[in-house]
Design a protein around this ligand. Structure first.
Ligand code: RP5
Length: 162
């Protein structure tokens, strides 16, 4: 059985269109992950159990996305030493600034590596997780280097009018 290395967790089904971007990056790079709905407010016991078991389950990185009063990444960071990457999901009411502020300003002692708001942040969370894992995995490091080189090569030298 393939060992799950990355846990992608999110506060709601409604976060999945954003968090799928992180999953897509992990798929492209061949990194085994799981995706779960774990809400700080609606399923606090699930959050507790997930954080408590993360080390024993062998998770190497947790990507946590939430919107609004986005307490999930910070609460998860308080419950496990597995590195937590936070993704502020864009909201209708405040465009995700609420999510960003809820995630980024952690007290000393419990860090969350906070990404940009929305889908760019989710993609970058996947890449950040890949970079962490690549420190101990030469084959993954090669795939990540290639991914980055392909992106650079796809950028045009000059803009067009089309
Ligand atoms: C947060 O509340 C979730 O992370 C989500 O971004 C937001 C709204 O959730 P739903 O009302 O769409 O389920 O907990």
């Amino acid at each position: 059985m393939t060992r799950i290395l990355v846990g992608i967790i999110m506060g709601s089904q409604s976060d999945w269109p954003t968090m799928r971007e992180a999953a897509d990056i992990l798929d492209q790079l061949g990194i085994p992950y799981e995706a779960k709905i774990v809400s700080a407010h609606r399923t606090p016991d699930r959050l507790w159990d997930y954080g408590k078991s993360a080390v024993d389950r062998g998770l190497q990185v947790i990507i946590a996305g939430a919107g609004g009063a986005a307490h999930l990444p910070g609460m998860m960071a308080s419950k496990t030493r597995v590195p937590v990457i936070g993704v502020p999901v864009q909201t209708k009411a405040l465009s995700g600034v609420d999510s960003l502020y809820s995630i980024v300003q952690m007290p000393k002692g419990f860090p969350v590596a906070t990404m940009a708001i929305g889908s760019a942040g989710a993609s970058n969370a996947g890449l950040m997780a890949a970079g962490i894992l690549a420190l101990q995995d030469q084959e993954l490091a090669g795939r990540l280097d290639q991914w980055r080189a392909d992106l650079s090569a796809a950028i045009a030298d000059a803009p067009t009018d089309d």
